[in-house]
Write a protein of this length. Structure first.
Length: 500
């Protein structure tokens, strides 16, 4: 069936992955009616999931897909290039977009004025366009173009939060994002100056002939800083806590699961596919620096999360820690370590998006994400709070959850590199996650709500469905790992083979 569909329209599927959300964003503005705009967005989002699934299947069975735009041959023309690495990331991004959209209408009803809902859907689809474009483009400059599309859309989405702090958070993110984008553009410009090409594959070939020189090293540094800001690597993460805390609840769920994951993909793509760096041997100490920042992020994010009274902010700092795990996996530069980092893109997206959707349910019913609002929530909203508990177990890394799979590969990678202290630190950081998750569980199950507290209804079915699809995924993919860990492992072998 998939082969038949591919024979019918397969040649244009990569282009449709970008064109369809861009066009349907315009349709949302034209139709204006909130539910009609939502239906248009849903049709596009789930179509994108089907499209991404077909592309992943084709790459897995037939190899890399190259789509040349406008008929110009590579490297003169712009190429969309899909391999196992970005096919997995593309499926993550599109799936998260689609699942979150199911919960959007009820969630934004109390956070965004109804007359602005169609603009929300249009902006949401533009952000999806940028993220998908960054993922599958084979052109360095277009990475920057799509980065700006997704970033500008993200600023607009964050600013729609209910309080004035949402606008200031969006402005803070805009400033930091502009700095990051500037560094990225400088790095790409220097690489173009040295190689005379913007095609990533051709650029890698030219750099291999040139060898490492000062200009290339400066370009690497600029790209590292710029992507590090977008990725929210510690200590370049300062925009993230406020952005996640004050954005509308579903926006936080969407961005936490997609934006930083795509940034991590771009970092991996440049490191291994363009520069073809063997981080253990290149002499630039890049691996040691990344490992130091990753470990620092693991502990700094978790320690700060422990002392947060706002659960949304707590999970935001937890994201800083989880990004640290991904950076450590990259720095290990061996198959198990890189597999751990790549599979954590999938696993953390599913887990953290589910947890932030739990908070969206709580905001709708309790109008607060303060720890005190969770008192007795295990009895008052049992299905919602059970989802939080299971998501928390995955965040900790308990066996049979996706969080365990990621940390297992990271520990194996550290042991393969002879860095047993790093393996110990990975395990110790999980204990910190246990502490801040337990604080919420204790209040939810063992603290009685105030005597004058109003009755609270369970979350709406549409929001519970979205939440439990993701939380259920943390259990399903914690046992069935052939899609997530299997594809990530094959992608890691491909990348490591390119620098050996």
């Amino acid at each position: 069936m998939i082969d038949a569909l591919w024979n019918l329209i397969g040649d244009d599927l990569p282009a449709l992955q970008i064109a369809m959300p861009l066009l349907t964003a315009t349709v949302c503005v034209i139709v204006r009616r909130p539910m009609l705009a939502w239906a248009v967005a849903m049709f596009n989002a789930w179509g994108a999931v089907v499209n991404a699934s077909i592309l992943l299947y084709r790459v897995w069975t037939r190899g890399t897909i190259s789509y040349v735009e406008g008929g110009w041959p590579v490297p003169w023309g712009i190429e969309l290039r899909i391999d196992l690495l970005n096919a997995l990331v593309l499926l993550v991004v599109t799936s998260i977009c689609a699942v979150v959209l199911v919960a959007v209408p009820r969630s934004i009803a109390n956070e965004i004025p109804r007359e602005k809902h169609y603009l929300f859907y249009a902006t949401y689809l533009l952000c999806m366009t940028g993220l998908a474009g960054m993922t599958i483009t084979g052109d360095a400059f277009n990475i920057f173009v799509f980065l700006e599309i997704s970033s500008l859309s993200s600023y607009a989405l964050i600013s729609q939060g209910r309080t004035s702090r949402a606008l200031t958070s969006a402005i803070q993110y805009l400033i930091m994002g502009t700095l990051g984008g500037t560094f990225i553009l400088l790095g790409i410009g220097m690489l173009y100056m040295m190689t005379g090409t913007l095609n990533l594959v051709d650029m890698a070939d030219q750099l291999a002939l040139l060898g490492v020189n000062r200009t290339v090293l400066v370009a690497m540094a600029c790209l590292g800083v710029g992507i590090g800001i977008k990725l929210a690597v510690f200590p370049l993460h300062t925009w993230l806590p406020n952005a996640y805390t004050y954005a509308p609840a579903v926006v936080t769920a969407f961005l936490a699961a997609t934006a930083t994951k795509v940034a991590y993909y771009v970092l991996v793509r440049f490191a291994f596919s363009v520069f073809r760096i063997n981080l253990t041997l290149d002499g630039t100490h890049g691996g040691a620096l990344l490992m130091t920042l990753g470990i620092a992020g693991m502990f700094a994010g978790s320690l700060v999360a422990i002392f947060q009274d706002n659960i949304k902010r707590m999970l935001a700092y937890s994201s800083v820690a989880q990004i640290g795990y991904m950076v450590v996996g990259l720095s290990l530069a061996n198959e198990h370590g890189l597999t751990g980092g790549l599979v954590h893109v999938f696993n953390h997206a599913v887990t953290k998006c589910g947890l932030f959707l739990v908070l969206a349910c709580v905001v709708l019913r309790m109008n607060s994400t303060r720890l005190s609002a969770f008192a007795g929530l295990g009895r008052r909203m049992p299905f919602t709070f059970a989802a939080f508990v299971l998501g928390g177990l995955s965040l900790i890394g308990v066996p049979l959850t996706v969080g365990f799979v990621s940390k297992w590969y990271l520990v194996l990678g550290a042991l393969d590199a002879g860095l047993w202290p790093v393996a110990v630190l990975i395990l110790l950081s999980s204990v910190l996650a246990l502490i801040y998750i337990w604080r919420v569980v204790e209040v939810g199950y063992f603290t009685a709500p105030p005597e004058d507290a109003d009755e609270v209804a369970e979350a709406p079915l549409s929001m519970l469905v979205s939440t439990w699809i993701l939380i259920g995924g943390t259990l399903v993919f914690g046992v069935w790992t052939s899609l997530s860990a299997g594809v990530a492992s094959a992608a890691a072998r491909m990348l490591i083979g390119g620098v050996s």
